[in-house]
Design a protein around this ligand. Structure first.
Ligand SMILES: [Cu+2]
Length: 139
Protein backbone atom coordinates (compact mmCIF):
# COMPACT_ATOMS: atom_id res chain seq x y z
CA UNK A 1 0.00 0.00 0.00
CA UNK A 2 2.68 2.46 1.07
CA UNK A 3 4.97 1.35 -1.75
CA UNK A 4 2.18 1.99 -4.28
CA UNK A 5 1.64 5.49 -2.83
CA UNK A 6 5.32 6.31 -3.30
CA UNK A 7 5.25 4.93 -6.83
CA UNK A 8 2.27 7.11 -7.67
CA UNK A 9 3.94 10.13 -6.10
CA UNK A 10 7.09 9.68 -8.19
CA UNK A 11 4.99 9.05 -11.26
CA UNK A 12 3.01 12.28 -10.76
CA UNK A 13 6.15 14.30 -9.97
CA UNK A 14 7.80 12.85 -13.09
CA UNK A 15 4.84 13.86 -15.23
CA UNK A 16 4.88 17.39 -13.77
CA UNK A 17 8.63 17.77 -14.42
CA UNK A 18 8.18 16.52 -17.98
CA UNK A 19 5.31 18.98 -18.48
CA UNK A 20 7.41 21.88 -17.17
CA UNK A 21 10.32 20.93 -19.43
CA UNK A 22 7.90 20.47 -22.32
CA UNK A 23 6.35 23.92 -21.81
CA UNK A 24 9.79 25.50 -21.46
CA UNK A 25 11.05 23.87 -24.66
CA UNK A 26 7.84 24.79 -26.45
CA UNK A 27 8.10 28.47 -25.40
CA UNK A 28 11.76 28.64 -26.44
CA UNK A 29 11.04 26.97 -29.76
CA UNK A 30 8.02 29.17 -30.37
CA UNK A 31 9.94 32.37 -29.62
CA UNK A 32 12.83 31.38 -31.87
CA UNK A 33 10.46 30.48 -34.66
CA UNK A 34 8.25 33.56 -34.38
CA UNK A 35 8.87 36.01 -37.24
CA UNK A 36 10.18 39.51 -36.46
CA UNK A 37 7.41 41.89 -35.51
CA UNK A 38 5.96 43.66 -38.48
CA UNK A 39 5.96 47.43 -38.46
CA UNK A 40 2.57 49.01 -38.78
CA UNK A 41 3.56 50.48 -42.09
CA UNK A 42 2.46 49.46 -45.54
CA UNK A 43 5.25 48.23 -47.77
CA UNK A 44 6.36 50.74 -50.34
CA UNK A 45 7.90 48.72 -53.10
CA UNK A 46 6.73 51.15 -55.70
CA UNK A 47 9.17 53.93 -54.84
CA UNK A 48 8.81 55.96 -57.97
CA UNK A 49 11.27 58.76 -58.51
CA UNK A 50 8.97 61.59 -59.41
CA UNK A 51 11.44 64.34 -60.16
CA UNK A 52 10.23 64.43 -63.75
CA UNK A 53 7.69 67.06 -64.71
CA UNK A 54 4.10 65.80 -64.66
CA UNK A 55 3.34 68.01 -67.62
CA UNK A 56 4.77 71.11 -69.29
CA UNK A 57 3.93 73.38 -66.37
CA UNK A 58 3.44 71.01 -63.45
CA UNK A 59 6.17 69.53 -61.28
CA UNK A 60 6.19 67.10 -58.39
CA UNK A 61 8.41 66.91 -55.32
CA UNK A 62 8.23 63.93 -53.01
CA UNK A 63 8.76 64.29 -49.28
CA UNK A 64 10.34 61.13 -48.00
CA UNK A 65 12.52 60.38 -44.96
CA UNK A 66 12.43 64.07 -43.95
CA UNK A 67 13.82 65.16 -47.32
CA UNK A 68 12.50 66.99 -50.34
CA UNK A 69 13.19 65.07 -53.51
CA UNK A 70 14.44 66.84 -55.51
CA UNK A 71 15.78 69.37 -53.00
CA UNK A 72 16.28 71.94 -55.71
CA UNK A 73 13.97 72.44 -58.66
CA UNK A 74 14.17 74.81 -61.61
CA UNK A 75 10.87 75.87 -63.16
CA UNK A 76 9.40 78.70 -65.22
CA UNK A 77 7.10 81.49 -64.05
CA UNK A 78 3.54 80.23 -64.08
CA UNK A 79 4.51 76.63 -63.29
CA UNK A 80 2.90 74.71 -60.45
CA UNK A 81 4.77 72.53 -57.97
CA UNK A 82 3.01 69.77 -56.06
CA UNK A 83 4.58 68.28 -52.96
CA UNK A 84 3.50 64.77 -51.92
CA UNK A 85 4.10 63.66 -48.35
CA UNK A 86 5.25 60.02 -48.27
CA UNK A 87 6.33 60.14 -44.62
CA UNK A 88 4.09 58.93 -41.79
CA UNK A 89 4.59 62.28 -40.05
CA UNK A 90 3.12 65.63 -41.11
CA UNK A 91 5.15 68.32 -42.85
CA UNK A 92 4.70 71.86 -44.10
CA UNK A 93 6.02 73.81 -47.08
CA UNK A 94 6.98 77.19 -45.69
CA UNK A 95 8.92 79.96 -47.38
CA UNK A 96 12.04 81.05 -45.52
CA UNK A 97 10.99 84.64 -46.31
CA UNK A 98 7.69 84.15 -44.51
CA UNK A 99 5.63 84.81 -47.63
CA UNK A 100 4.97 83.13 -51.01
CA UNK A 101 4.57 79.56 -49.72
CA UNK A 102 2.75 78.84 -46.49
CA UNK A 103 1.12 75.44 -46.45
CA UNK A 104 -0.85 73.93 -43.61
CA UNK A 105 0.47 70.72 -42.07
CA UNK A 106 -0.29 67.87 -44.40
CA UNK A 107 0.04 64.19 -43.58
CA UNK A 108 0.88 60.95 -45.34
CA UNK A 109 -0.21 60.67 -48.97
CA UNK A 110 -1.58 64.21 -48.90
CA UNK A 111 -0.36 66.83 -51.33
CA UNK A 112 0.14 70.56 -51.41
CA UNK A 113 0.37 72.59 -54.61
CA UNK A 114 1.65 76.09 -55.26
CA UNK A 115 1.80 78.11 -58.47
CA UNK A 116 4.85 80.36 -58.86
CA UNK A 117 4.01 83.49 -60.83
CA UNK A 118 7.10 85.57 -60.10
CA UNK A 119 10.68 84.86 -61.08
CA UNK A 120 13.12 84.35 -58.24
CA UNK A 121 14.77 81.85 -55.94
CA UNK A 122 12.39 80.58 -53.30
CA UNK A 123 13.98 78.78 -50.40
CA UNK A 124 11.63 76.91 -48.15
CA UNK A 125 11.62 74.58 -45.18
CA UNK A 126 9.30 72.48 -43.03
CA UNK A 127 7.95 74.39 -40.06
CA UNK A 128 7.99 71.21 -37.97
CA UNK A 129 11.47 70.02 -38.99
CA UNK A 130 13.76 72.97 -39.69
CA UNK A 131 16.53 70.77 -41.14
CA UNK A 132 14.23 69.99 -44.08
CA UNK A 133 15.13 72.57 -46.71
CA UNK A 134 14.51 73.02 -50.39
CA UNK A 135 14.72 75.59 -53.16
CA UNK A 136 12.52 76.44 -56.10
CA UNK A 137 14.18 78.53 -58.78
CA UNK A 138 11.65 80.29 -60.98
CA UNK A 139 13.06 81.60 -64.27
CU1 LIG B 1 8.50 68.16 -41.62
Amino acid sequence: MRRDDNKNKFFVIGIIILLIIGVFVYIKFFNDKSPPKKENQPLQNDSINNSLPLSDNSFEINIQSYKFNPESLRIKAGDTVTWTNLDIVSHTITSDSGSEINSPQFSKDETYSHKFDQKGAYTYHCKLHSRMQGTIIVE
